[in-house]
Design a protein around this ligand. Structure first.
Ligand SMILES: Nc1ncnc2c1ncn2[C@@H]1O[C@H](COP(=O)(O)OP(=O)(O)OP(=O)(O)O)[C@@H](O)[C@H]1O
Ligand SMILES: [Mg+2]
Length: 331
């Protein structure tokens, strides 16, 4: 759908993607009392070898989107295409191949690593699942090679996760994701649990890895500076819907949606103090995704909202070449 990528192969394409979590009622016969509309009609594509940064406030549906792309959650509606193929229903061999090609790095490396396993087994398990006949020495060789690639050493193979620093633990999680030679990674806040200097090292590592291996990333974060550093294209999500999507350069230089503009202005300026630290703070809280406001999802917090915004949902459209937006007032 991104017209600037017409001649480029998309690794991932999502069309009309929705996920509604049922809110269960009753002890024995659980009935859906309502739905959390976590993701509600999202469309985007990610060209091969590029990074799409997905930003938005907490609860806007970023992780749910990533989980659906990786088949960890089934879409309520809509489709995910991986290398041109609809992956909604896969045969067992196709599923296994998909698991090899598409991997995830989570926010919290401590929670995502089994504390009772040594690093060699944490990383090697992925290989064993893919090829149950792979021998111990081949597994060790491949684990060693990938640990070296992510900046860890041979002696780290026999240690447990608690024996590492936060940055090293995230490197183990990255090694685990990379050992199957994936072509696509969902990076869900991969550095937000790390201190700033380690964060920079890991972000630069991801960029370098992309150059070397042509891996495609969906990079999820609520940190605009981080997203700007790593992304080629940026999508802004609000309450389950996309507000805007454009190249990084265009989105930061000429944002079209009032929400994107408000987000960019609400980044704190470290050299200011007191109230001046923010240009502008977005008023109010993000509404509940159980009963999202009718019309434009952002209308309850938008300075420009008019009657039409409260009634009619804006259409997701390409306002300029490669620049998508959902706002009634963008011509
Ligand atoms: N398993 C679940 N059951 C019910 N509701 C859920 C579930 N997982 C997520 N949600 C709800 O779906 C919405 C989107 O959640 P999601 O985790 O995708 O947001 P997010 O943008 O990743 O937020 P954050 O930045 O805090 O990680 C939220 O309102 C959340 O409470
Ligand atoms: Mg999340």
């Amino acid at each position: 759908m991104c017209s600037e990528t017409d001649n480029i192969k998309n690794i991932v394409e999502v069309k009309g993607l929705k996920h509604y979590f049922p809110i269960a009622q009753g002890v024995f016969f659980k009935r859906a009392r309502g739905y959390v509309k976590a993701v509600d009609d999202v469309n985007f594509s990610i060209p091969e070898g590029t990074t799409l940064g997905l930003v938005g406030e907490s609860g806007s549906g970023k992780s749910t989107t990533g989980n659906m792309i990786l088949r960890l959650l089934k879409p309520t509606e809509g489709s995910v295409f991986f290398k041109g193929k609809d992956i909604t229903n896969l045969s067992a061999p196709d599923e296994k191949n998909f698991r090899r090609l598409a991997q995830m790095v989570f926010q919290n490396p401590f929670a995502s690593l089994n504390p009772r396993m040594i690093v060699r087994d944490i990383v090697g398990r992925v290989l064993k699942i893919q090829d149950p006949y792979m021998g111990r020495s081949e597994i060790s060789d491949r684990v060693y090679a990938i640990l070296q690639e992510v900046g860890l050493k041979k002696e780290h193979m026999g240690r447990y996760p608690h024996e590492f620093s936060g940055g090293q633990r995230q490197r183990i999680a990255i090694a685990r994701a990379l050992v199957s030679t994936p072509e696509f990674l969902v990076l869900d806040e991969p550095t937000s649990a790390l201190d700033v200097s380690v964060q920079a090292q890991i972000l630069n590592f991801f960029k370098e890895l992309q150059r070397r291996r042509k891996i495609t990333y969906l990079f999820i974060s609520h940190n605009l500076a981080v997203v700007r550093h790593v992304s080629h294209t940026v999508a802004v999500m609000y309450l389950g819907c996309l507000a805007e999507l454009a190249s990084k350069e265009r989105l930061f230089a000429s944002p079209l949606h009032p929400y994107t503009r408000a987000l960019l202005h609400s980044v704190p300026k470290p050299y200011m103090s007191g109230e001046d630290i923010f240009d502008k703070v977005i008023r109010g809280d993000i509404p509940s995704p159980v009963n999202p406001p009718p019309g434009c999802r952002f209308n309850t917090r938008c300075d420009f909202a008019e009657e039409r915004c409260r009634k009619e949902m804006p259409i997701w459209r390409e306002a300029k070449r490669g620049h998508f937006v959902a706002c009634h007032f963008v011509s």
